[in-house]
Design a protein around this ligand. Structure first.
Ligand code: GTP
Length: 595
């Protein structure tokens, strides 16, 4: 165990984590150059295109250190985005150390800070690394100071590296060996292995990534899941180099995978402890909290006969994404669909994109919403995750909305603008701290304001410099109302929203006028009204238009005519017929454009 080091990389998006991980793999000879297809750790297609690491993966590296000894370095990849902070914490709890990679031309960002604090809380050794020192704009000295000021760890000796040009790679690996402690644990004790991650593989079923804390695990061992008491036969163990390689055993201190013929991801819960049926551990390792859906949206097929296909696709996605929840939902306007729960907005976007790209679904997505706690006058308490399901205000005692604590790091020049934005979004300032050139603002904010478009606004008011991290704090009573949109006198349930009373009239007006822009003119006048209860607060009219595409055909060219009809049909995609009006996808998300 002396020669094992388990570590993660904490980095803000784009600071170079994947590039660095690839360098490690290359340096340690895990893959030939030919196999190093761009960035190997980010294995999913979408990840490669967006450049975001989604699913934690791992690589076991063999490194010959300067002391002549060979060390086994286990790199556990962590996702960098705020939606996936829960995955970060579980990756970190399998490690003794973490490299904090900071872009030397940018500096420390909010998510990095949050992840570092998580690491320090878990007792993980944090080792700073300055990346991108090849850039002319790099300011390693300033960034070192920033790390010391903001995170509070010693950074003067931080390795200066460039993942891109390959500078400092060996120095980093050497620091890993020297600064990060070797794992402790009892190889002779009863097995205790923590499930760090699990996913579904089409060929072998569920694969579990585990950190063995005590004991040894071998194929043919009968394993016991401590939370469910389920038993399975261990079929295969191994490590990722990052290719999968079978091993004869996984010992205390090691990180590797287990395959045990499990068909459902639900049975291999991340955070659960594995032990052996024959020699069980007396207690489980400290578990994780389950990832809870924070953001909800309705997903509806454009063509109603695609409903079954959508359900199949969601089921398949769920095999690989235990954080995705869904249940059937019926909307008067949109028909049969699903209400889905996500970790955050990025998670929603990724799911939506995978459904469209990998499963070829045409979807209508309703505006994202948070979950509300509603206390009824008769004392009953319900959770509302779909605005159109909010009971009549007359029957409601109290509505409580989720509040988050957000941490924003922003250069001093933009503090004023960011504070104004936070106030607009009903934020309550909790703290403000100058840290070198940056300021750390802490605000309590209603989550429903944040799921709208807070992040984009934050970026635009700070020219992209501000960074945000948030966590759920509590539910708080709030003066909320339901805003409905009526199209030609009919309420469109999928367009209902829950908003704060203070902004409801303004938002209603803005929304109605946005609808006028977004809903295409049709053969008749369309009235769009925004209402709160029985009050109409805004009205817009979409004037009729006689749209006759065939008029352009000048006479009889039939192929031309067909083409035009074809084109018109394609243009209809992502439109939903609601009553006699066609409403495009964009209209369902119009609220995101209303501040
Ligand atoms: P996520 O996967 O989104 O979390 O990002 P990441 O932190 O893994 O960043 P990634 O490795 O994808 O790098 C982001 C960008 O920075 C890429 O365009 C890299 O080529 C570039 N980059 C990474 N390291 C260096 C470096 O040392 N110098 C320079 N100049 N560019 C770098």
């Amino acid at each position: 165990m002396k020669h094992i080091r388990n570590f993660s990389i904490i980095a803000h998006i784009d600071h170079g984590k994947s590039t660095l991980a690839d360098r490690f793999i290359q340096y340690c000879g895990g893959l030939s150059d030919r196999e190093m297809d761009a960035q190997v750790l980010d294995s999913m297609d979408i990840e490669r295109e967006r450049g975001i690491t989604i699913k934690a993966q791992t690589a076991a590296l063999r490194y010959k250190a300067r002391d002549g000894q060979v060390y086994n370095l286990n790199l556990i990849d962590t996702p960098g985005h705020v939606d996936f902070s829960y995955e970060v914490s579980r990756s970190l709890s399998a490690c003794e150390g973490a490299l904090l990679v900071v872009d030397a031309s940018q500096g420390v960002e909010a998510q990095t800070v949050a992840n570092c604090y998580t690491a320090l809380d878990l007792g993980v050794e944090v080792v700073p690394v300055l990346n991108k020192i090849d850039l002319p704009a790099a300011e390693p000295e300033r960034v070192c100071e920033e790390i010391e000021d903001i995170i509070g760890i010693e950074a003067t000796d931080a390795v200066r590296a460039s993942a891109k040009s390959g500078i400092g790679i060996e120095d980093i690996l050497e620091t890993v060996v020297q600064k990060i402690p070797a794992p402790e644990g009892n190889p002779d004790g009863p097995l205790k292995a923590l499930i760090v991650d699990s996913w579904f593989d089409n060929y072998v079923g569920v694969v579990m990534l585990v950190r063995v804390v005590d004991g040894v695990l071998r194929p043919k061992d009968k394993i016991l899941f401590m939370s469910t008491q389920a038993q399975h036969l261990c079929e295969q163990v191994g490590v990722f180099t990052p290719k999968s390689e079978s091993r004869t055993e996984l010992r205390a201190g090691e990180v590797g995978f287990i395959i045990a013929g499990i068909k459902e991801l639900k049975s291999a819960k991340v955070g659960d402890t594995l032990t052996l049926v024959n020699n069980p551990a007396s207690e489980a390792l400290p578990g994780f909290k389950e990832a809870k859906s924070q953001v909800f949206a309705g997903l509806y097929p454009v063509e109603s006969h695609d409903y079954d296909a959508l359900r199949d696709a969601l089921e398949k996605l769920q095999l690989n994404d235990a954080a995705l929840n869904f249940e059937p939902e019926v909307s008067q306007a949109l028909g049969f669909g699903f209400r889905c729960g996500f970790l955050g907005l990025l998670h929603l976007e990724i799911v939506q994109e995978r459904l469209e790209r990998e499963y070829d679904m045409d979807l209508i997505t309703t505006a994202p919403t948070v979950v509300y706690e509603v206390v009824m006058k008769d004392g009953e308490q319900i959770e509302v995750e779909n605005p159109s399901k909010l009971p009549d205000l007359g029957k409601i005692q109290e509505i409580r909305e989720p509040i988050i604590t957000s941490t924003i790091l922003v250069p001093q020049d933009y503090v004023g603008a960011v504070m104004t934005l936070c106030n607009q979004k009903r934020g309550v300032q909790r703290n403000m701290q100058y840290m070198g050139r940056q300021v750390m603002l802490t605000y309590d904010m209603p989550m429903n304001e944040v799921v709208m478009d807070f992040f984009d606004k934050l970026k635009s008011t700070s020219r992209g410099y501000a960074s945000l991290d948030y966590e759920f704090k509590e539910f708080q009573p709030s003066d909320l109302v339901k805003l409905d949109i009526m199209v030609n006198g009919e309420k469109v349930d999928a367009l209902s929203l829950i908003v704060h009373r203070s902004t409801s009239v303004y938002r209603g007006r803005e929304l109605a006028s946005k609808m006028r822009e977004l809903i295409p003119r049709q053969m008749f006048d369309i009235a769009v009204q925004a209402t709160i209860g029985s009050h109409i607060i805004a009205r817009e009219t979409i004037k009729a238009l006689r749209k006759n595409v065939l008029a352009k055909c000048y006479g009889g060219d039939i192929t031309r005519k067909k083409k035009l009809l074809e084109k018109q049909k394609a243009g209809k995609k992502r439109m939903k017929q609601v009553g006699n009006v066609e409403i495009p996808q964009a209209a369902f998300l119009a609220i995101l454009q209303v501040s």
